[in-house]
Ligand binder design. Structure first.
Ligand SMILES: Nc1ncnc2c1ncn2[C@@H]1O[C@H](COP(=O)(O)OP(=O)(O)OP(=O)(O)O)[C@@H](O)[C@H]1O
Ligand SMILES: [Mg+2]
Length: 256
């Protein structure tokens, strides 16, 4: 039996959500193309996490539709990487067992699970001992393990909520480089939340800039820069132009 294609397109229509009567989304539409990395950038509290939590099926919506090639989220393999890796990993399980955990839930035979674990370790060039417990690992290593765990089930769609915001700059740079390589290799449709504009542009095929609440799209910016994107892309004229455009949108529409 063939598995469905790993990358699903996402179609959001008329999405509504309010907290205590305060609307966050009132009729929000978004289409994400198959295999794209979409970065979502917006001010604190505009609803970035709310959006991906609803899309990932972690939070109920008040109205509207979120479909994956016509399917509800419950029928789609989803990966989710939380901002706070310290709360995301099971502290009582070794790193490798954290990655194996969703595979066990899936009922994958042991040999296949081990092969998946090894493939992920190779893709992410893991050099530390995966038999260690999370508390024995650095923050960057822990976040890498939680990314591996999210990818273990071969998700059709991957959500990442500010995955690097708790990491130092050097670790962020190396994890970013690895992540983009793996995502482009696997062609996983991805929604990445970031509050770092530069990072959003570097990692994305398309950048969605959101306004303050009630949240709308301030700009929908294609990022047609070549992959892979190392630090040299930061001085690429197209990158500089895109960043300038986004900064001006931010000043006019987002920060206003
Ligand atoms: N469970 C909840 N109950 C009440 N209000 C909530 C809840 N979750 C989010 N909110 C409110 O909804 C708004 C959007 O929150 P959300 O966490 O999605 O924002 P965000 O864009 O991810 O912000 P940040 O950049 O700080 O992570 C905020 O004003 C927040 O206070
Ligand atoms: Mg958030």
């Amino acid at each position: 039996m063939r598995l469905p294609p790993r990358e699903a397109a996402i179609n959001i229509r008329g999405l509504r959500k309010a907290f205590s009567g305060q609307p966050v989304y009132s009729g929000f539409d978004l289409d994400v193309r198959r295999g794209d990395i979409l970065a979502i950038f917006g001010p604190n509290g505009c609803g970035k996490s709310t959006l991906i939590n609803m899309a990932a099926g972690l939070l109920a919506r008040d109205g509207g539709e979120i479909l994956y090639d016509g399917r509800e989220v419950g029928e789609v393999r989803i990966g989710y990487v939380f901002q706070n890796y310290r709360e995301a990993l099971f502290p009582w399980r070794r790193a490798a067992d954290n990655v194996r955990y969703p595979l066990r839930l899936q009922g994958l035979p042991r040999a296949a699970a081990e092969a998946r674990l090894e493939a992920l370790a190779a893709m992410f060039r893991v050099r530390f001992d995966l038999n260690r417990y999370p508390y024995e690992l650095s923050g960057g290593q822990q976040q890498l393990v939680s990314i591996m765990r999210a990818l273990a089930v071969e998700p059709e769609v991957l959500f990442l909520d500010e995955p690097f915001s708790a990491l130092d700059f050097e670790t962020t740079l190396s994890l970013r480089a690895l992540l983009q390589q793996v995502l482009k290799e696997l062609r996983v449709t991805t929604i990445l939340v970031s509050h770092d504009l530069e990072e959003s542009i570097v990692l994305a095929d398309r950048l969605l800039m959101l306004t303050r609440r009630p949240t709308t799209v301030a700009a929908d910016v294609p990022v047609p820069l070549p992959w892979p994107r190392g630090t040299e892309v930061l001085s690429h004229p197209d990158f500089v132009a895109i960043k300038a455009r986004c900064l001006s949108v931010f000043e006019q529409a987002v920060a206003a």
